[in-house]
Design a binder for this molecule. Structure first.
Ligand SMILES: [Zn+2]
Ligand SMILES: [Zn+2]
Length: 393
């Protein structure tokens, strides 16, 4: 303490500030001066004469412990101390406030910086969001384009199929008309009605066979099912109980010989190739190999190759070079052998056939294998008939 009041609140001997524990102010009764208790106790012990340190007034016969405490001074000192602490606290709080303010400013600046960054990020996120929206839109468009492409492709396919369907039905319609006129001619010429025959749908063996009678009942819708220009006939082949499979022959329908062969497959004129066997394998002049058949069963239990149509073609303009798979007449104009036929098997060499009238369209490998057997008479045609263009049922 520096003011005069401050000096009064300090012991003049030791300069300690009065307070109520160690440095209590003790009042000297003779002169009224005050000093701290420890200083006066020391004076009492060490000095022979106890004089006031300030005014030198003697205080003999007074014990320090009995002297009064200067409470007024103590009270002022306490107030001053509190004031002093208040001042210190005020200074400290001011300092702290200052520090806090600086810290606050710094934080505020950082917050501002962060806020700016956040704003930037927000702006960027908006751009990103727009970009994402754009991408999503594009994806949608792409999906729709894909859908459109798929749809377009499907439409193309459907159009293609419809066109094909139109072509086929047109062909079938024309063929059916032609076939109907052929049938009408045959029925018109013959006294007897056509016997039962075998017509199977063109898909698989398992389809039920349709008797000719039923077929006739289906006219005219069934007309659409036949291909009179190039009828395809089949032989189902077996040795004993063992089925070998099916072969198919496409006939050249414009030729009498082909119609004759067809009639023998269908049984339209009576006998059929059904249950007949191959007869032999012939080796031609140029090592060509021909599988010969056509001897059908007669009612009296014998076999025959008697022809059943007049004017069957032979030689001349019907002469064609040998080609694997060709089916040709094999009668060589010998009477009674008109129903025989030869099928060209194996490797072919330069030669010619007098009258081919059709060609194997399926099962050539089977015929090749049969033609290599030592004996072919056990190979039986277990069934034969016409293959329709589509399923009749
Ligand atoms: Zn003192
Ligand atoms: Zn004094």
């Amino acid at each position: 303490m520096s003011s005069g009041l401050d000096e009064d609140l300090n012991c003049a001997v030791c300069c300690e500030t009065y307070e109520e524990t160690k440095y209590k102010p003790v009042l000297l009764p003779q002169c009224g001066h005050s000093f701290c208790c420890p200083c006066l106790l020391q004076l009492e012990v060490t000095e022979t004469k106890f004089l006031c340190p300030t005014c030198r007034t003697p205080h003999l016969g007074h014990s320090v412990s009995k002297m009064p405490i200067n409470y007024a001074l103590l009270s002022i000192s306490k107030k001053m101390l509190i004031q002093e602490q208040k001042d210190d606290f005020f200074k400290l709080s001011k300092h702290i406030k200052q520090q806090l303010k600086e810290e606050q400013e710094s934080l505020s600046q950082r917050l501002n910086a962060i806020a700016t960054e956040i704003m930037d990020l927000y702006e960027q996120s908006k751009i990103l969001k727009e970009f994402i929206n754009e991408v999503e839109e594009n994806e949608k468009i792409a999906r729709k384009s894909q859908d459109v492409l798929t749809l377009k492709s499907s439409l193309c396919n459907i159009t293609h199929i419809l066109t094909k369907f139109n072509e086929v039905t047109k062909d079938m319609s024309e063929s059916a008309q032609s076939f109907q006129s052929t049938i009408t001619q045959h029925i018109g010429k013959s006294d007897t009605s056509w016997p039962l025959c075998r017509i199977v749908p063109g898909c698989i063996n398992a389809w039920p066979k349709v008797p000719w009678k039923d077929f006739m009942n289906h006219l005219p819708s069934a007309q659409l099912l036949l291909s009179p220009e190039n009828p395809t006939v089949f032989f189902d082949l077996a040795v004993g109980e063992i089925s070998l499979g099916r072969i198919e022959i496409q006939l050249w329908g414009h030729m009498s010989r082909a119609q004759h062969f067809l009639a023998l497959c269908l049984g339209t004129l009576g006998p059929t190739y059904k249950d007949s066997s191959f007869d032999r394998v012939e080796k031609g002049h140029n090592r060509n190999r021909y599988l010969i058949g056509g001897y059908y069963n007669t009612n009296n239990g014998t076999t025959s190759a008697q022809g059943m149509m007049e004017d069957l073609e032979w030689g001349g303009k019907y002469d064609l070079p040998t080609r694997k798979g060709l089916v040709a007449g094999w009668s060589f104009e010998a009477p009674g052998l008109e129903a025989t036929f030869g099928i060209v098997c194996g490797e072919t060499f330069k030669d010619s056939l007098f009258c081919p009238f059709g060609e194997v369209s399926s099962g050539m490998n089977l015929l090749d294998n049969i033609s290599l057997r030592e004996c072919v008479t056990d190979v039986k045609i277990t069934d034969c008939g016409l293959i329709t263009l589509v399923n009749m049922v």
